[in-house]
Design a protein around this ligand. Structure first.
Ligand code: URA
Length: 433
């Protein structure tokens, strides 16, 4: 087989066999296929697409390119979730202990944030003492004992995807549905859970800006999961507005704790309820309505918060934080942003809001940047809210105040105003199974 022939076949709209795809992925991982040929291949896929069979074969080959986690000891109870990303998305911190409190086994590998979206590992590390790196044995023992462990990738999962994703990033080939779907699903399949819930976000703060793309991505990922014998569902959720009010690592953990305590945060609670209920209905076979009720009772009865504390303690975190937020890293500076006008906030460019947070130190522009766990933004007002002139819209937090002036102007520019009330956006567009 020659790579040039495979590139030509794809370029001309042909369909590659499973064997050809396996050969490409193995060759690229081993280094016998060079970056320049793989770049040409990725560009050919970008323009010509891939059939469902080709995408499933590519995912399969990438998921077997390194280690795979064996979660068979948990039977049907192992369940994972993946979000395609967003701003203020702290759902894992709530959903994982809720599902574990209701008998699911959440053995989750998670990543760090890059660009305008945050990462769960960074959020967890804002809890003093919390360890995100665990040896595989300890990781599995913890899941066996308490139903939950969340770690940074400790096994060498899907190295082919790691290499290809980095290449796509610098060759303008990230935005291809089959390449995104195979990239995400190769890691999820290698991570081993029997059931997988995909939170596919859509809107100005999401990877997918339109519903058509979100649905296409969701369907592609469901097809891949099914072909590999997993139970998969996708929930398409709104990310046209940041989720909750807090953006930034320690701020988001605090907001998650508030939701676990049963304090009001309607949008975040609604999305978490749907995700947790969908996970539980996949792993236990419960009806969705019954799952939602159980999720609600687990939060109101305190079991979810207790599970969260147990989880934090097992991974070395200081559980006193749960009752005393002053134990989280504290920002040295803050600035209140006041509204320059009266009116209704009609829209918020959420990707822009995420980028402002990065500029305050809460995220990374480059992979090796260090982050400030205390930095971030608290939004007092969001899309759809009426605001008086001079009223608080947001508070900025950082270690240095140098960036506040620029951040304030950028935040005000991210807002669109209206004089009349707006129809609220749905939070959950649809669930695809
Ligand atoms: N996230 C991934 O893991 N892969 C992609 O290709 C895009 C988003």
């Amino acid at each position: 087989m020659r790579m040039v022939d495979a590139i030509e076949k794809k370029r001309d709209g042909g369909e590659l066999s499973d064997e050809e795809i396996r050969w490409i992925i193995q060759g690229y991982t081993a280094g016998s296929i060079p970056d320049y040929q793989m770049s040409a291949f990725a560009m050919a896929v970008y323009f010509c697409g891939m059939s469902g069979r080709e995408t499933a074969a590519m995912t399969n080959a990438m998921s077997h390119s390194g280690e795979t986690m064996d979660l068979s000891r948990f039977g049907n109870l192992s369940v994972d979730k993946h979000s395609t990303g967003g701003v203020g998305d702290k759902t894992t911190l709530i959903v994982a202990p809720v599902v574990a409190a209701l008998g699911g086994k959440v053995a989750k590998m998670t990543g760090r944030g890059l660009g305008f979206t945050g990462g769960t590992a960074d959020k967890l590390e804002s809890i003093p003492g919390f360890q995100t790196a665990l040896p595989i044995d300890a990781f599995l023992k913890q899941v066996e004992a308490i139903g939950i462990a969340v770690v940074t990738q400790s096994a060498d999962l899907a190295p082919a995807d790691k290499k290809l994703y980095a290449l796509r990033d610098v060759t303008a080939t990230v935005e291809s549905i089959p390449l995104i779907a195979s990239s995400i699903m190769s890691k999820k399949l290698a991570a081993g859970a029997r059931s997988i819930v995909l939170d596919v976000t859509v809107g100005s703060g999401a990877f997918c800006k339109t519903m058509d793309r979100a649905e296409a991505l969701a369907n592609e990922m469901i097809g891949i999961g099914r072909a590999s014998g997993r139970r998969v569902a996708a929930v398409i959720t709104d990310m046209d507005v940041p989720l909750g009010h807090a953006i930034g690592n320690a701020l988001e953990v605090q907001e998650a704790i508030r939701v676990l305590r049963g304090e009001p945060c309607p949008d975040l609670r609604a999305v978490c309820t749907e995700l947790a209920a969908t996970m539980l209905s996949l792993c236990h076979g419960w009806e969705l309505a019954q799952s939602r009720e159980k999720v609600s009772a687990t939060i109101s009865g305190g079991a979810a918060l207790n599970k969260f504390k147990e989880w934090i303690a097992r991974q070395g975190g200081d559980t006193r934080c749960v009752d005393d937020f002053s134990l989280f890293p504290q920002p040295s500076c803050s600035r209140d942003i006041l509204s320059p006008q009266a009116g209704c906030i009609a829209a918020m460019d959420t990707e822009h809001v995420g980028a402002i947070c990065v500029s305050l130190g809460a995220g990374r522009a480059k992979k090796d940047d260090t982050i400030d766990p205390a930095a971030g933004i608290y939004l007092h007002k969001k899309t759809g809210d009426f605001v008086q002139k001079g009223e608080h819209i947001a508070t900025l937090f950082a270690t240095k105040s140098d960036g506040f002036q620029e951040a304030e102007s950028a935040l005000l520019q991210a807002l669109t105003w209206s004089t009349s009330a707006l129809e609220p956006h749905p939070l959950i567009y649809k669930t695809l199974q």
